[in-house]
Design a binder for this molecule. Sequence first.
Ligand SMILES: Cc1cc2nc3c(=O)[nH]c(=O)nc-3n(C[C@H](O)[C@H](O)[C@H](O)COP(=O)(O)O)c2cc1C
Length: 221
Amino acid sequence: MIIETIKMRHSTRRFASHVLSEEEKSRIIEFFKSLPSLHSRRLDWQLRDLGKGSGTIFAACMDKPNCLVEYGFQGEIIVLELTKQNYASCWNAGIKETAAPAGIVIGKEEPGKFSINDLITNMGRRKELSSLVEGTLPEDERFLQILEACRLAPSSLNRQPWRFAFHNNELYIWTKPSILGEHHWIELGIALSHAFLVAQEFFTRVIIEKASGDRYRLVIK
Ligand SMILES: Cc1cc2nc3c(=O)[nH]c(=O)nc-3n(C[C@H](O)[C@H](O)[C@H](O)COP(=O)(O)O)c2cc1C
């Protein structure tokens, strides 16, 4: 079940020294070709050694909401696939590759170590689901699991900017801008990927579409 992988994933900031073999690299790069898309947009994902972990995954992406949401969506699907394959990872906002809004550092975890960023981000603690949902929580256990998967999504500085609402069997997902008006498009895409993957295990046809404003809607057919 994908929810187990979602629960297992955490940001790793201390990596053991591990050089990716050619076979490992090809397997990872091959996976990029099978990525689903939210806006029918292909991103040219690369895996390079940028001096962190065993490698960093990134793509060029225009600084536009749709592209950034897509970036989070596809990037997190890569993260979860690598988690399944026993790689550790950490999204990284500080990479310098041209036009890449963030990178995903991957490798093998150095156990038992934590860093200052673990403390700054409150050791990854999450808000209560009820504080993120507008209106009432769904009664259907499957939608509760989808929401739980979204709640566990990673976010820059562990801000957890998501908001959710549930009406007529449709789940609405959006992010609350910061007081400086900063949007969290990548995080929106990340939460949508969690919702999409978990919903696919419960329902045969799952669609994510844009709703009004900056909201997305998960529709079950
Ligand atoms: C877009 C994005 C950028 C991030 N950038 C960094 C970063 O530059 N450095 C870092 O240590 N963690 C970074 N993180 C990881 C978050 O701090 C982490 O996801 C959050 O604290 C929750 O912890 P968890 O991933 O262990 O569940 C980033 C996460 C996201 C989604």
